[in-house]
Design a protein around this ligand. Sequence first.
Ligand SMILES: *Cc1c(COP(=O)(O)O)cnc(C)c1O
Length: 402
Amino acid sequence: MPGTELFGYEEKKEVNDVLETGVLFRYGHDAQRNNQWKARDFEAEVKKITGAKFAHAVSSGSTAVACALAGAGIGAGDEVIVPPFTFIASVEAVLFAGALPVFAEVDETLCLSADGIRKAVTPKTKAVLLVHMCGGMANMDEILKVCKEHNLVLVEDAGQAFAASYKGTSVGLFGKTGCYSFDFFKIATAGEGGVLVTNDEQAYHHAETYSDHGHDHIGNNRGMENHPIIGFNFRISEVHAAIGAVQTRRVPHIREVNRKNKKFLTDALSKTPGIGFATIVDPEGDSATFLNLLMPDTETAKRTVEALNANGIGGFNYWFTNMYHFINQWDHLKDLKVAAKLTINVLGAPQDYKNLHLPKSQDVVGRLISFGIRVTWTPEQLNALAEGISKSVNQALSTVHA
Ligand SMILES: *Cc1c(COP(=O)(O)O)cnc(C)c1O
């Protein structure tokens, strides 16, 4: 989690700017705020890195997905194709929008595949919520093609892929709306925070209005604003935004070091028999926050994780641990367990969630072992890690074949 590894003077200084004025609110209060507009700064930094025309900071990556769906006009009863491998937030956002998640297959990119989407389309399918997983990117040429074929709205959850791109375009900007997370575990952190991006002016206005109870933010006088739509409070505070802005400025450096560290490990491990890698469709665009190994089979992956643990190396599998990123760990969803009824409880699930047939996703996620790339690794630590992974894989292979 590189953002939190580089945390220092600048973060403290910008938080202090906010504390000096006492204006913790992102709108208005012009006289007191001494020209400090941290949410706007955060948005400007995100626009600089991604090239987005519009960016809007909110309270979390999860609420950014909610705003992205609202901005794209996704709501009650709409079927939305989602991956079974993502942080649960993506699926929750669809449910809370009143929409109905339909699971489709992921492939070795760790993201939804065009083929998977094609097979999951029904006459009721309205949108695809594409999640760019583990720092990488989906195969966008193929995904855009299938969305066009079936007239599907594309929304991107790039919660784990800020600063990743595909053929020169930032992930998050291929669909109607997209979003990033800046929680404590991402490439840059605001403590808690998220940012919605889009090149579509109307989608932007819908999303930013939605994120603040429908206030239209025209003029700068809160008592005088209009409220064109119903919304909710997904606002970010100036303190979080201040941290997010500083951290986002650090991202080009973090990404450069990540890529170097990941390349070192990839080169070293390519020589070890049995180790494969998740597909990076555009290696030039990798945010390189994760090293993602694909083992030959699930059993080898399981034994490798055991050996890694025994050797004190780190590395995790999303299937055998309770990482909460794969559908095999979402029994609450399969049973439609909720605190209070959602649209899906009224309309019913669009698929038989308990008996989904997702062999490809199961195979890929079962074989996957991920390592968070650290920006502060020394050459000695990198060497030791490469050797530790090799050794653990060799131990696992020898026990599988024993
Ligand atoms: C982290 C994450 C989120 C949620 O972000 P929060 O800021 O923790 O709410 C959503 N989607 C994906 C893919 C994520 O990894």
